[in-house]
Design a protein around this ligand. Structure first.
Ligand SMILES: Nc1nc2c(c(=O)[nH]1)N[C@H]1C(S)=C(S)[C@@H](COP(=O)(O)O)O[C@H]1N2
Ligand SMILES: [Mo]
Length: 521
């Protein structure tokens, strides 16, 4: 004999299951429609991107600090858990107080429509997937819940055969079929949507970029041979990635256009061939993220092939009064770059099409991105570039400006110890202390090391390629047993010493000297 209470609990569990199955059908139906009519109409991605855009800054920093480059996967897992719990509740609601559960699904559909239509580049068709999904999920929940209530009613009447068992069988059969169909259709539709990305991967592989007219000269002694030091050029697959894109945009270079507009004499539209036809040159530039903590990993150096932004802007003719270029990505991200950082003759601000000898990897902005020496990425390094709007800081605002970061952000020069690392003990004896230091556009004059807060010792520098790239440094150390503090600081070619005082990454970049605890045994 089951007690009446556990009997009732059983139906609540099945009610929760009916909610989860209906939500799965909602999402799968929406993915199918997204595949057929409007890719940007996927509720999962739109709601995820919406959350990325609205979560408060401290939470974002926490996510990056905790999950690192897996922050987006963490977000999707969190979102999936929230959907699971909410849909189970909707199932129970529909069971005890119909039509509250169906109404909840309708609200979820309406919120998805809002999240989708407020995203950059979403047409009205993009509302179809969530509406279709909500209709499919809502209908299923209504049906399953009605079967469940009749089955429960029949079971309470203690009839073994008859209508109750018909409802029970229908409930299970329809739940199982709908659940399985949702998984197959949802996963299949997502896979097909992702296949677009792989077709762009194929286009990228087949792309034959002309050789650059000039190449970077790497002087002898530019790269130190010390195990554990950052290589002079960061391989593309090891290059840090930071962006707000939940899925990597897939842009076909054959249909890509760059629009130069705003305060210009003539609005200009360039195709990929137009841009490449202007002639490519090679530039070595170190990119740095404002989110890089002292001693952190969020920077890298590459050889970029590209065209000076100044030449591209000249085609449109910049009008007087402008002081900023708002660069826009296909996904709506924008960066505000001071006009003079792009037009000054001595600065190599470029539109890059290649990174370390190959077309830009998709995650790094294929087919065209900006690279500006001396400015943090969020105010300059727009990936998947589609527009350069010549404007003013008074008139326009970039993505991160209302989110707690400065509109202008030159890189604060800094230095890092790469080896040895805290937590990786070294053996007693001679050990090189080594790392990198960067002061883009100014150059590094000197790197100094202090062991156990003793005198500052000058490290040996690698021969710099130019002032826009980092230099490597090392200092031979006679490591004695025990624990030691190693502190590093740089001096730039303007004679300034790296700022000692600690500052957080917001609003315009961290400062401080890296002080590492090294164990020797
Ligand atoms: N479209 C787009 N471009 C972007 C970003 C972004 O979020 N979206 N992030 C910027 C930031 S914060 C940095 S630090 C650099 C990082 O470039 P990477 O991912 O190629 O290293 O890209 C910049 N360009
Ligand atoms: Mo960044």
């Amino acid at each position: 004999m089951v007690s009446e209470k556990s009997g009732r609990l059983r139906f609540w569990v099945w009610a929760a299951v009916s909610g989860v199955v209906s939500a799965a059908v909602f999402l799968a139906a929406a993915e199918l429609m997204a595949l057929l009519v409007a890719r940007e109409g996927s509720p999962i991605l739109a709601v995820g991107s919406f959350v990325i855009d609205i979560v408060p800054q401290p939470f974002k920093e926490f996510a990056i600090a905790t999950f690192g480059e897996y922050d987006k996967i963490a977000l999707l897992v969190g979102l999936a858990l929230a959907v699971l719990i909410a849909s189970a509740i909707a199932g129970v609601l529909e069971y005890v107080r119909p039509p509250l559960g169906v109404i909840a699904l309708g609200v979820a559909g309406a919120l998805s429509v809002a999240a989708i239509l407020t995203r950059a580049g979403a047409g009205p068709l993009a509302a179809i997937p969530p509406i279709f999904g909500a209709l499919a999920g809502g209908t299923l929940l209504w049906f399953l819940s009605a079967r469940l209530r009749r089955w429960a009613g029949g079971a309470a009447g203690a009839r073994a055969e008859g209508p109750a068992s018909v409802d029970r069988r229908l409930f299970f059969r329809v739940s199982a079929i709908a659940g399985a169909a949702a998984v197959v259709v949802g996963v299949g539709a997502r896979a097909l949507i992702n296949a677009t990305a792989s077709s762009i991967t194929a286009v990228r592989s087949a792309l034959n970029l002309p050789a650059p007219r000039s190449t970077v000269t790497v002087p002898a002694g530019a790269e130190l041979d010390i195990p554990g030091i950052s290589p002079l050029f960061t391989p593309n697959e090891d290059f840090y990635r930071v962006d707000t894109a939940l899925t990597v945009p897939s842009i076909d270079p054959n249909t890509w256009r760059l629009v130069i507009d705003g305060m210009v004499d003539t609005r200009v539209e360039l195709s990929f061939d137009d841009l490449v036809g202007m002639g490519l040159d090679e530039y070595a530039i170190t990119l740095t993220c404002v989110s890089n903590e002292v001693g952190g990993p969020l920077l890298g150096t590459a050889k970029w092939h590209g065209v000076p932004v100044r030449d591209v802007l000249a085609r449109a003719g910049v009008q007087s009064g402008a002081d900023m270029v708002l660069s826009r990505s296909i996904d709506g991200f924008t960066a505000s770059t001071p006009l003079e950082s792009l037009t000054d003759d001595g600065l190599d601000a470029i539109l890059a099409v290649a990174m370390n000898g190959e077309p830009l990897p998709l995650e790094h902005g294929f087919p065209v991105r900006m690279v500006v020496p001396g400015l943090y990425g969020y105010v300059s390094a727009t990936k998947w570039l589609t527009e350069l709007k010549v404007t003013t800081f008074d008139a326009d605002e970039a993505y991160w400006t209302p989110r707690g970061y400065s509109a202008k952000a030159p890189i604060k020069f800094s230095s890092r110890l790469d080896t040895p690392r805290t937590g990786t003990p070294v053996t007693v004896g001679r050990t090189p202390l080594a790392g990198v230091a960067w002061a883009q556009t100014v150059g590094i004059e000197r790197v100094e090391v202090s062991i156990d807060d003793g005198d500052w010792q000058a490290a040996t520098l690698s021969t710099p390629i130019n002032d826009d790239t980092w230099v490597q440094w090392y200092l031979d150390w006679d490591a004695t047993a025990g624990t030691h503090y190693v502190t590093v600081r740089a001096v730039n070619k303007a004679g300034e010493t790296q700022i000692e005082e600690r500052a957080p990454i917001a609003p315009d970049g961290s400062t401080g000297w890296q002080r590492s605890l090294i164990t020797v045994r």
